[in-house]
Design a protein around this ligand. Structure first.
Ligand SMILES: *Cc1c(COP(=O)(O)O)cnc(C)c1O
Length: 394
């Protein structure tokens, strides 16, 4: 039975569980039951729930100053921008409050770039199966008909090609005038945990150089250590022109960022873009605190090691399971694709295994454990998944 939510818009099919407390990778519901969290609020609480240093930073900053305005200097924002640029190779940051807003920012940069190029009908190249958000521009960029349905007419200016297919991009470049940018995820999370090949990302970079397109990488889910590096693009040794971040950047505090370098970093001038809340002292300080902890505790490295362990463990335990089509992943982004829709597993995992999982694209179990998981917790996740799939075998 779903939780009664008569005064909430019906945007989510909610599980009948409410959590009241968390610690690290553990959660407790209002009945006192303990759970293991293998989704981290969809790649958000990467450092675990109730991290004491983040809680302390929030409390201290709340007692000093929450908000002023971007009309004034905000030293924590400048500090966070500087650190993110140093980590990513970008030059300037714009702060906002979500992944969709970060991508809106990138798409606005693409439009300014288009006008510089004199493109009358600018097109941003986007991928099948992609996910970029729920606002009008980002839902149009998203390659999932279920996200579009009911909201047509879609915003024009997006050209869609298959993911991981560089020939399709070459063909688009030859056939379509007006392409000004590429927007791509290093791993498609919502799209079923599909990993871009290094050659593909390098190929995109090459085409962007050749044609003067902006290479824009959506790191909202893959960024902040999730794939075992600070950013997903690093594995391919390519340098984007624009990257977008959100989810893990605030460990649950809402913050997003669009980072850019080169020409893209200089496109905005006062009046082009803005955000009331974006990068306020509290949000920026939390972002700095997240970076401090990630850096000191070698979180991306832990994600790489634990991700390898989880993938190998699942592949071994689930070998020969008749309904499994593929087990794939990168760092602590892992997908188990089944040969049938399996959305009911989310509820079964909660009730029977006290394990939080998600199912994406109807057939793929997606695991996004906190990046602070230790080996024992990783093993516990695969034991519970194995038991879940054995019991649920049709
Ligand atoms: C979650 C996600 C978004 C949207 O982020 P919101 O904060 O929900 O707006 C955009 N892109 C990717 C790749 C995501 O995973």
């Amino acid at each position: 039975m779903p939780s009664p939510t008569p005064h909430l818009m019906q945007t989510y099919a909610r599980q009948p569980v409410s959590f009241v407390r968390g610690q690290g990778a553990r959660l407790w519901d209002d009945q006192g039951n303990e759970y293991l969290d293998a989704i981290a609020g969809v790649a958000v609480t990467n450092l675990g729930h109730a991290h004491p240093e983040i809680a302390a930073a929030i409390a201290e900053q709340a007692g000093l100053l929450l908000h002023t305005s971007n009309m004034f200097g905000i030293s924590w924002q400048q500090h966070l921008g500087e650190r993110l640029c140093a980590l990513s190779g970008m030059e300037r940051a714009f702060f906002c409050n979500s992944g969709a807003e970060a991508n809106e920012t990138a798409l606005k940069l693409a439009r300014l770039h288009a006008h510089r190029l004199g493109a009358a009908q600018p097109q941003v190249l986007v991928m099948e199966n992609s996910f970029h958000g729920r606002t009008f521009a980002t839902l149009a960029a998203t390659g999932n008909p279920a996200v579009h349905r009911g909201f047509e007419p879609l915003m024009p200016g997006f050209l869609r090609v298959p993911y991981n297919d560089i020939d399709a991009v070459h063909a688009a470049a030859a056939d379509t005038p007006g392409i000004v940018a590429v927007l791509v995820e290093p791993v498609q999370g919502e799209g079923g945990v599909r990993v871009a090949s290094h050659d593909y990302l390098r190929g995109l970079r090459g085409l962007c150089n050749e044609h003067g397109w902006l290479f824009m990488v959506d790191e909202v889910q893959t960024g902040m250590g999730r794939t075992g590096a600070w950013f997903g693009f690093e594995h391919a040794s390519v340098m984007p022109d624009v990257i977008t971040l959100a989810k893990g950047l605030g460990n649950g505090f809402p913050i997003g960022a669009c980072l850019a370098r080169g020409e893209a970093a200089e496109l905005f001038t006062p009046g082009h873009h803005g955000s009331t809340f974006g990068g306020n002292p509290l949000a920026s300080r939390v972002g700095c605190s997240v970076l401090d902890i990630m850096d000191r505790d070698h979180i991306p490295l832990n994600a790489a090691l634990m991700g390898k362990r989880l993938l190998a463990d699942l592949q071994q335990r689930l070998a020969g399971h008749p309904n499994i089509v593929a087990i794939r992943g990168h760092g602590l982004m892992v997908g188990i694709e089944l040969d049938r829709p399996c959305n009911e597993l989310v509820g079964h995992a909660l009730q029977r295994e006290r394990l939080l999982i998600t199912v994406t694209r109807d057939r793929t179990i997606r695991l996004l454990p906190p990046l602070v998981c230790d080996a024992a917790q990783i093993d516990e996740i695969s034991v519970r998944i194995d038991r879940l799939l054995k019991t649920d075998k049709p």
